[in-house]
Design a binder for this molecule. Structure first.
Ligand SMILES: Cc1cc2nc3c(=O)[nH]c(=O)nc-3n(C[C@H](O)[C@H](O)[C@H](O)COP(=O)(O)OP(=O)(O)OC[C@H]3O[C@@H](n4cnc5c(N)ncnc54)[C@H](O)[C@@H]3O)c2cc1C
Length: 438
């Protein structure tokens, strides 16, 4: 089978790795060409696929299933704590168990020139592996694809090539791509703002191992995050309107300067898009869309979704062939599951939005999580929910089930009543005396 993969980010590179893996299992030969114009060994914007770079450790375990082990130099930090800053107060959550921790990575080769001698880019590492396993790299952009019984693509140099399968792994930040033969509608997106800040070793010390999430109530910001990466911090903002200057205004907020200091200076900035809906259709005869160009988890763990969609699409193509019918049976169930799970995610984020703007409702949540942090891990139900939401380490459906657990609801209600009628201290007193049990 001749396969063309459009885009060599995580979805494209992992598709190639899985395709070779499954083809070897059944003794078939497969040829994979990856079209990727970006050089990930470069530093800053030209080598970077623009992302906060947080990966739950369980996703690394899934990499390991096909012999992919990230070298230590690619992993910038191990995250075991999150702090959530709301107007109602700050919520510190420790990882509920070891498997729930998260690592941070750079997608490109770091934010400044010259890049480090030993490459630290996740995307360079994954693409390098795909090439080492037999993929051919074509460093040119694809301009158009035509889907049908004889799939073909046209590169920017106007060369036309035929394949048995075209895998669209171009994400949502590439140049417009013409798709013919199928009414492909790309995913809807939202704009984010992202920047990197250099920190001195002493200043970074207090940020190590902890991600900060800011949910301000008085701005257009949905959230802002600080992610430590050795001597840098990545800052990502999501909001309804992010006019120029949003990053500087965010950096000037007192809660942010309390973490970064007032001297923080952005050394690299971009405004990437994030996918917030699935493409339609996701497959057809000789065509499949994976990663962000197909369907991804809402707001969190896009790299994990790239891995899962790449694996399911490659497995289907190699075991059952590249027909629309095969993808309908082998690939569609995973896509449906992600789309369904995102519905729960949308609801949960709506609820976070309510808490963000309503301190009266947020305060009982804060108090409960604070209390839980002193309890054994099995009793940290609300903390597990917060951790799973913001790290992407659990499905939204499971987290929704935790959110509606009557024990949590009962506890929050009692806290709310205590807060409203007797003042906040009563709740704390009752908690510390152990008279309120979850
Ligand atoms: C600000 C921000 C923060 C994020 N933070 C996280 C996070 O912390 N953790 C996480 O897991 N996810 C995060 N994501 C999401 C994550 O970036 C994506 O889900 C992930 O990159 C998807 O991988 P992909 O391979 O599908 O697409 P991409 O990584 O976008 O790769 C697509 C590739 O296709 C290439 N390409 C595009 N068009 C063409 C063309 N016409 N021809 C040839 N090649 C082409 C591009 O050069 C690119 O290399 C974040 C996203 C944003 C915007």
């Amino acid at each position: 089978m001749r396969i063309a993969v459009v885009g060599g980010g995580p979805a494209g590179a992992l598709f190639a790795c899985f395709a070779f893996h499954y083809a070897r299992q059944i003794g078939h030969s497969v040829s994979v060409s990856i079209f990727e114009p970006r050089d990930f060994s470069r530093a800053a914007r030209p080598g970077c696929n623009m992302c906060a770079g947080l990966i739950p450790v369980h996703v690394l375990d899934e990499f390991a299933d096909i012999g992919i082990f990230l070298p230590p130099r690619v992993i910038r930090s191990l995250i075991s704590d999150y702090s959530l800053h709301m107007s109602a107060g700050t919520l510190d959550v420790a990882q509920p168990d070891k498997r729930a921790s998260v690592v941070s990575v750079f997608r490109g080769n770091g934010p400044i020139q010259p890049p480090p001698e030993k490459p630290i880019s996740l995307d360079a590492f994954l693409l390098g592996l795909a090439i080492a396993r037999g993929a051919q790299l074509r460093p040119v952009p694809v301009r158009a694809i035509e889907v049908g019984h004889s799939p073909r693509l046209r590169t920017a140099g106007d060369e036309e090539e035929r394949y048995d399968l075209i895998v669209l792994a171009s994400g949502v930040n590439g140049p417009p791509l013409q798709v013919e033969g199928i009414p492909y509608r790309p995913p809807k997106t939202r704009i984010m703002a992202q920047t990197e800040i250099f920190m001195s070793p002493s200043a970074i010390q207090k940020l190590q191992g902890r991600v900060h999430i800011f949910l301000p109530s008085d701005s257009n910001l949905t959230f802002g995050t600080l992610v430590p990466k050795k001597n840098y911090v990545s800052i990502s903002l999501l909001g309804n309107e992010l006019p120029p200057g949003s990053i500087s205004r965010f950096l000037a907020q007192p809660e942010v300067t309390a973490q970064l200091g007032v001297q923080s200076r952005a050394i690299c900035a971009c405004r990437p898009r994030i996918s917030v809906s699935p493409a339609d259709p996701l497959y057809g005869p000789g065509f499949v869309a994976v990663g962000d160009a197909g369907v991804t988890r809402l707001y969190k763990n896009g790299i994990g979704s790239a891995l899962r969609t790449a694996r399911a699409a490659a497995r289907t193509a190699i075991f059952y062939g590249p027909s629309g019918e095969a993808f309908n049976r082998g690939y569609n169930p995973l896509c449906r599951a992600i789309i369904q799970d995102n519905r729960f995610g949308r609801f949960l984020f709506l609820f976070v939005h309510v808490l963000q703007h309503n301190s009266v409702l947020a305060h009982p949540h804060l108090m409960t999580v604070k209390w839980e942090q002193r309890q054994p891990p099995r009793r940290r139900r609300l903390s597990r929910l917060v951790w799973g939401m913001f790290t992407g380490s659990d499905s939204y459906r499971r987290l929704f089930a935790v959110a509606i657990d009557p024990r949590i609801q009962y506890h929050l209600l009692i806290c709310l009543i205590a807060d409203t009628w007797y003042g906040r201290d009563l709740h704390t007193v009752l908690m510390t005396k152990g008279r309120m049990e979850l």
